[in-house]
Design a protein around this ligand. Structure first.
Ligand code: HEM
Length: 507
């Protein structure tokens, strides 16, 4: 009797298994019973972005990833321009960041993860700062020159004189951090100095990032258990958040004190925190908008949102230029043509209009961000059911991953040479810059949730690039193989960008 039951059970299991195999026999990625596509995802964990790109290539641009049944982690992956336009623009009301992302960040409600009213309030506050008026534009320019002349140049000079190698990504990260602190709270923490000191707050931000990536990839119950036990990345996260809170609240209260004392915003003071506090006064912001927690979340945005993206953009640009000498030659010619008087060794600075004259430089940056978008994958979650232009059906509460990385490497969009770094693809026969439609090229996102710091970061990246390239030849050290992390949240190099700097002879 028992044997009969076992045989029957075996037959049923075999039948189900064969049925499952038959249904999935043509699938690009094997979908196993119980564990779904987890084995394929796990075996490609060190090349997730490239794995996504390969899959999307062989499936026409949209693909459903099935996670283990116990983890409810299925998602739709797409790099189809029409789907992206649909999700970001046409039917954006049906797609939000979703509760899952917020659960990962817990008490922090930064603009990147917020939705509905919280997002509206944060966007209003940030726009009040980013909408350029003369005062804010002058402040942004002044602090950019301050960090460039006061920190970046002396540090690069130091390493050039010593002739030793330096991790340029680390240097650029510190540069951007100091700049963002000045922009965000009017304080220069001077993390960029020749000693490259260990800085508690940036270390804490690193630990927070690691833990958030961990929470994103492991099932919810695993990280909740680790949190409860206070082990691994969860332990570091807790400490990191304490340091961050301390940092943010100290700045908020000292700024409130300053404002109470002076009762006005000094003309030379146009950091975001001060701007938000001024905006608070008598504004229609709710009590929540006026709270210290709201300001803390905005401080967190400033410390995280743009700093790493700008660093990655610049580091990848300088790496690609150093490995494509013919591109470097053209950029140097363009710099010389546009500022013939720039031979005195001083920093040069350009307005956005003047930067438009640097057609080849602009093309080289577009090409860099095409191949290495600092935000490689964007997330959305559906509210109700929908049908994508590709014909794929979307259920309610479905996670959608939009691979900007795969889009930038799509043969259908960029042609057979899509993997080549070729700035010329952005320049017309008459030498003019050729724009690409926002539905095909969107390293800064598109639609309602597009990047608010795009203009600012382009200005910073172009200004730094021009000044570094004018003064130094950047040589990647021979034994370093530069590779990207392939993580979906943010692109960075795996082992930094170790370079030597040779002084350029001014001609
Ligand atoms: C190379 C540099 C940068 C890149 C590639 C980049 C890219 C992006 C992308 C793709 C998004 C859209 C995210 C989404 O749709 O979910 C975004 C959003 C955002 N970015 Fe950037 N960013 C950069 C620099 C900056 C800087 C320097 C700042 C601020 C100083 C900034 C502020 C923001 C903000 C506030 C949002 C949120 C907009 C919203 O959700 O309404 N970004 N960025």
């Amino acid at each position: 009797m028992v044997v009969d039951m076992l045989v029957a059970l075996l037959l049923i299991v075999s039948f189900l298994f064969l049925g499952h195999w038959y249904r999935n026999r043509n699938s690009t990625v094997r979908n196993w019973p119980v564990v779904g596509m987890l084995p394929a995802l796990a075996s490609n964990a060190d090349r997730t972005l490239d794995f996504f790109t390969d899959m999307l290539k062989s499936t026409g641009g949209t693909f459903k990833i099935i996670g283990p049944w116990f983890a409810s982690s299925d998602f739709v992956l797409t790099a189809n321009p029409m789907n992206i336009n649909h999700v970001f623009c046409k039917n954006h009301v049906n797609y939000e960041k979703g509760p899952e992302l917020r659960q990962i960040l817990e008490t922090y409600e930064g603009i990147i993860t917020s939705d509905s009213d919280v997002w509206k309030r944060q966007k209003k506050a940030l726009l009040s700062f980013f909408k350029y008026n003369k005062k804010s534009a002058a402040y942004m320019d002044r602090i950019l020159l301050q960090v460039l002349e006061g920190s970046l140049v002396p540090v690069l000079e130091h390493f050039q004189r010593l002739g030793t190698e330096v991790d340029l990504e680390d240097v650029l990260g510190r540069f951007n951090y100091d700049y963002m602190c000045l922009l965000g709270f009017g304080v220069n923490p001077k993390t960029l100095s020749a000693e490259l000191p260990v800085v508690e707050i940036t270390e804490a931000l690193g630990h927070i990032d690691d833990a958030l990536v961990h929470r994103r990839v492991v099932p919810l119950m695993i990280w909740k258990l680790q949190k409860w036990l206070q082990v691994g990345t969860e332990k570091k996260l807790r400490r990191g958040l304490e340091i961050l809170d301390d940092f943010a609240y100290t700045h908020i209260s000292s700024r409130r004190d300053e404002m109470r004392r002076s009762n006005a915003m000094a003309d030379d003071r146009f950091d975001a925190l001060t701007a938000f506090m001024v905006e608070e006064e008598g504004s229609d912001m709710s009590e929540m908008g006026k709270s210290d927690k709201f300001l803390r979340d905005l401080v967190y945005d400033f410390l995280t949102v743009g700093k790493d993206s700008t660093t990655t953009g610049l580091a990848c640009f300088l790496w690609l230029i150093s490995t494509h000498p013919w591109v470097e030659t053209k950029i140097l010619e363009e710099i010389k043509a546009n500022c013939p008087e720039c031979n005195d060794g001083k920093m040069v600075y350009f307005t956005p209009e003047e930067l438009n004259k640097f057609v080849y430089l602009r093309a080289a940056f577009c090409e860099t961000l095409r191949l290495y978008p600092p935000v490689p994958v964007d997330f959305r979650s559906s509210i109700g059911p929908d049908v994508l232009p590709s014909g794929d059906r979307i259920g309610p509460n479905t996670r959608i991953l939009i691979s900007l990385y795969s889009m930038g490497r799509s043969e259908d969009i960029w042609g057979e040479d899509c993997m080549e770094f070729r700035p010329e693809r952005w320049i017309s026969e008459v030498g003019e810059f050729m724009h690409k439609p926002a539905s095909l090229y969107l390293p800064f996102g598109v639609g309602q949730r597009a990047c608010l710091g795009k203009e600012l970061s382009l200005k910073v990246m172009n200004t730094v690039a021009i000044n570094v390239l004018r003064h130094y030849e950047v040589k990647v050290v021979e034994d370093q193989k530069v590779a990207m992390t392939n993580k979906v949240l943010a692109l960075t190099t795996q082992h930094g960008l170790r370079v030597r700097l040779n002084k350029r002879l001014q001609s």
